[in-house]
Design a protein around this ligand. Structure first.
Ligand SMILES: NC(=O)C1=CN([C@@H]2O[C@H](COP(=O)(O)OP(=O)(O)OC[C@H]3O[C@@H](n4cnc5c(N)ncnc54)[C@H](OP(=O)(O)O)[C@@H]3O)[C@@H](O)[C@H]2O)C=CC1
Ligand SMILES: N[C@@H](C=O)C(=O)O
Length: 262
């Protein structure tokens, strides 16, 4: 990967903070976005000292209109930024029968709306330049929605579909697009007591997850599932989905519906 400036959302903690560290180690300059300005500033100071890169903090609440607009504007206008890690996200909305509408609106705004608008803000510049990178953090829950809560996996399924469509549109223009599907990763998104109930064999350390995701980027993967032992299994899954395509839109309903239309 060449030396660039990456804007990383959700960089104050967890996966985003490790992305910031690893991208800085690779010599990239950074713009760090999250709400907690002090945490961003401490990370920026460390990365600048340790890796000799330039790190700017851009505190913003991406779940709120004003914060989103400010980061969008930066991505649209700053020609130095050639990479976006669309990482900020929240989970934990609970069961659908006891959903808090305010919380879930915030989740959809952050996990879907912000991801979409930030990618759309940087895409025209990268496409015009013929290079750049967009990394979207989705989740394995996008592939197994019924095993989790109802809304969070759906937001991640959106990010997965969005990423695949972005890749189809932007890769012919020279822009790299990668979707990362972490499994359970040890970060503050999980309550510690909940993590304790999950077999350790299912939980990845955040550093290993991000290192694998960046190795996947280096390998040219469009979708990276850090834990998946065989890439062929993902390819088989995607090929089975593609095989449906010729029959998904036809002039007549399937015979099993008994409509007898000729
Ligand atoms: N950990 C896991 O098991 C998995 C995580 N993921 C995904 O990875 C991504 C990162 O999660 P993870 O690192 O685990 O979570 P953390 O809770 O550790 O970090 C979340 C980050 O997002 C930021 N953030 C939260 N809300 C906002 C907001 N409104 N505006 C701006 N930034 C915000 C937080 O910063 P601040 O509070 O300072 O704003 C923090 O930096 C998420 O998209 C998550 O869905 C996917 C699969 C598995
Ligand atoms: N973020 C995790 C759940 O909270 C996941 O995607 O597995």
């Amino acid at each position: 990967m060449s030396k660039n400036t990456f804007l990383v959302t959700g960089a104050s903690d967890g996966i985003g903070a490790v992305y910031a560290d690893r991208l800085a180690r690779r010599g990239n300059n950074l713009v760090l976005v999250a709400r907690r300005a002090e945490k961003l500033a401490a990370l920026a100071e460390r990365l600048q000292k340790d890796h000799g890169v330039t790190v700017e903090v851009l505190p913003a609440d991406l779940g709120a209109a004003e914060g989103l607009v400010s980061v969008e504007a930066r991505l649209r206008e700053d020609a130095a930024i050639t990479g976006l890690v669309n990482n900020a996200g929240i989970a934990g909305e609970g069961m659908i029968i006891e959903l808090d509408p305010t919380y879930v609106t915030g989740m959809i705004n952050l996990n879907i709306l912000a991801v979409t608008r930030l990618a759309a803000a940087i895409a025209p510049r990268l496409a015009a330049a013929g290079h750049g990178t967009i990394i979207n953090i989705t989740s394995v829950t996008a592939l197994m929605p019924a095993a989790f809560t109802a809304v969070y996996p759906a937001t991640k399924a959106f990010v997965l579909a969005f990423t695949e469509a972005l890749q189809a549109q932007l890769s012919p223009l020279g822009v790299r697009v990668q979707g990362v599907l972490p499994g359970i990763t040890r970060t503050a998104i999980w309550e510690e007591e909940k993590l304790q109930t999950i077999p350790a064999s299912m939980v990845m350390d955040v550093e290993e997850m991000v290192d694998a995701a960046l190795a996947g980027l280096d390998l040219g993967e469009v979708l990276t599932v850090p834990a998946l032992p065989e890439m062929a299994d993902l390819q088989t899954f995607l090929a089975a989905r593609d095989a449906l395509r010729p029959n998904l839109s036809l002039a007549h309903a399937a015979v099993r519906y008994g409509l007898n239309v000729k």
